[in-house]
Design a protein around this ligand. Structure first.
Ligand SMILES: Cc1cc2nc3c(=O)[nH]c(=O)nc-3n(C[C@H](O)[C@H](O)[C@H](O)COP(=O)(O)O)c2cc1C
Length: 196
């Protein structure tokens, strides 16, 4: 892959039978702001690739979002990498990843899908539309209804906020393999007033 590392998020969702699920998403189609307001997030959801490659629409996240029409994009931190890897494994219907990997589903403010209690920032989304551009994944668009963040992040000054979240970036190197990168270090600054 030649696309630079992109942010990793945990998407939590709820099945029509009320079973919560979560899985990491990133790769070439990632969560991305298309507009300041309303905020729109896009996740590219493909088909399961292991042990047998299957078509689009097979992931629980996709099935849950299309059934119950909402989801939460949670921002994990460096300390969550091991659990991110575990929650990426394909599991049979009814398998509770929250319970199996000791993660906490917490009530969200405006959507039915739970948030991931271990994350400091959450984007609660309503399904807006799904586009199929003909590739291996579908673009799932969510309207952000609420942004919920811990006080420990909100109280920080701008230059300390990213370090407080300590987000991670992913570079996929093949099916089921990839590298994680850190983004918590400031390497430059933009200030247009210096040039005018
Ligand atoms: C860091 C990371 C990023 C991922 N990004 C994506 C992605 O953008 N799209 C996708 O379809 N799967 C992605 N995956 C794979 C899913 O997490 C995986 O298929 C998972 O089993 C889906 O779970 P579910 O069936 O519970 O929805 C990623 C996995 C990891 C570890």
């Amino acid at each position: 892959m030649l696309w630079p590392p992109s942010p990793v998020v945990w998407v939590s969702s709820l099945s029509k039978d009320g079973v919560a699920d979560l899985a990491p998403f990133s790769l070439n189609q990632f969560y991305s702001y298309l507009a300041n307001w309303p905020q729109v997030i896009v996740i590219g959801i493909g088909g399961h690739t292991g042990p047998i490659v299957r078509g689009k629409g097979t992931k629980k996240t996709y099935q849950n979002i299309t059934a119950t029409k909402d989801f939460v994009v949670n921002i994990p931190s460096e300390e969550h990498i091991e659990k991110i890897n575990l929650t990426a494994l394909e599991k049979p219907p009814g398998f509770d990843k929250f319970k199996a990997y000791d993660l906490t589903p917490t009530p969200s403010q405006v959507v039915r899908s739970p948030s991931v209690g271990e994350c400091k920032v959450h984007y609660e989304c309503k399904l807006m539309k799904i586009d199929d551009y003909g590739g291996h994944s579908e673009a799932v668009y969510g309207n952000v209804l609420a942004v919920v963040a811990e006080e420990s992040v909100l109280s920080k000054k701008a230059d300390e906020k990213v370090a407080a979240i300590n987000p991670i970036y992913y570079y996929g190197v093949g099916a089921g393999k990839g590298l994680y990168f850190s983004a918590g270090r400031i390497i430059g600054e933009r200030d247009d007033s210096k040039y005018t």
